[in-house]
Design a protein around this ligand. Structure first.
Ligand code: PDD
Length: 294
């Protein structure tokens, strides 16, 4: 396996980061996860845009131009001969002495990891996955805004531990005022009274790229969509529930704690539309010319 580290591709064994890296010491940094279909990074511009937004929210200067970031991703995919993959792009504050001051670090550390994408089991899409509502609350946006896709993941990891304890695949977190927020690595949607509902960004969530596309697809397909503040009880009364993220796409939910759901028609419809969108995107990018590495 090859990894892109700072300015070059190196074998995994040489891809080393200092113990003084502030990403390691303090979780001071940001990241993006992308999915590659048939050699094309899906929604690359949107991911890079969010990366820059996260960077700006933590006062981090990304040491690369957008075009160079794209090249670094495609070069890493090429070095690993990958066409169906996931990409994890990480930028930490960089190497510096102990101390919180970001100015102690002269140069951010830039890493691109790519790996083969292993499909989720079919049953996850056909029957759905188990969720739990975690007792740990999502970081409040006034404390550590979930819109920053930061390396600081302990909040989500604490919720994930709760999920594992009850054999659930994903944990949904409420915000500090007790309204639905999001999963540890996903956004949540549910159907109630024929309306597709999802917590609004104001609830303190990551503005998922899949979430935005799914809302768009739902509207285009004649569904009414409500972004708002929802009590967890509303979720239990839903006719169907699904979660979204870059790698899972649209994944139906079979239970939340003791309440069971069917992988419903709306989840299936939106998954189908999402995959059609992916296919269209890939075709369009390929028609634009050879991919960046060729
Ligand atoms: N996670 N909410 C959180 C907290 C997330 O970490 C993610 C993504 C999402 C969904 O965002 P998107 O649709 O842009 O993937 C929502 C990625 C997949 C990860 O952590 O690797």
């Amino acid at each position: 396996m090859y990894v892109y580290l700072n300015n070059k591709i190196v074998p995994l064994s040489d891809a080393r980061v200092s113990v003084f890296d502030h990403g390691f010491l303090y979780g001071d940094g940001i990241y993006e996860t992308m999915r590659v279909y048939d050699g094309v990074v899906f929604m690359l511009d949107e991911h890079i845009e969010r990366l820059y937004r996260s960077a700006s929210l933590i006062g981090l200067n990304i040491p690369k131009r957008i075009a160079d970031i794209k090249i670094s991703i495609y070069e890493t995919l090429k070095a690993n001969s990958l066409t169906n993959a996931y990409v994890r792009l990480t930028i930490s504050r960089g190497y510096g002495p102990i101390g919180l001051d970001p100015d102690l670090c002269k140069e951010p550390t830039f890493v691109v990891i790519t790996n083969e994408f292993k499909s989720y089991p079919r049953s996850y899409y056909e029957e759905g996955i188990k969720l739990t509502i975690a007792s740990v609350r999502r970081n409040s946006k006034e404390a550590l805004n979930p819109q920053i896709k930061s390396l600081n993941f302990l909040n989500n990891i604490l919720a994930k531990i709760e999920a594992k304890q009850v054999d659930a695949y994903e944990a949904i977190m409420l915000n500090v005022s007790g309204h639905l927020a999001e999963g540890t690595i996903s956004n949540i949607f549910f159907m109630k009274d024929g309306i597709l509902c999802t917590p609004s960004i104001e609830c303190g969530i990551l503005d998922g790229i899949t979430r935005a596309l799914v809302i768009d697809l739902a509207l285009k397909n004649g569904l009414e969509v409500k972004e708002g503040r929802f009590a967890p009880e509303e979720l239990y009364m839903a006719s169907e529930v699904f979660i979204t993220n870059t790698t899972m796409e649209v994944m139906p939910v079979s239970s939340i704690d003791k309440t069971e759901f069917k992988a419903g028609e709306i989840s299936k419809l939106l998954l189908k539309k999402y995959r059609q969108e992916v296919n269209g995107y890939v075709k369009e990018k390929k028609a634009e010319g050879p991919s960046l590495w060729e």
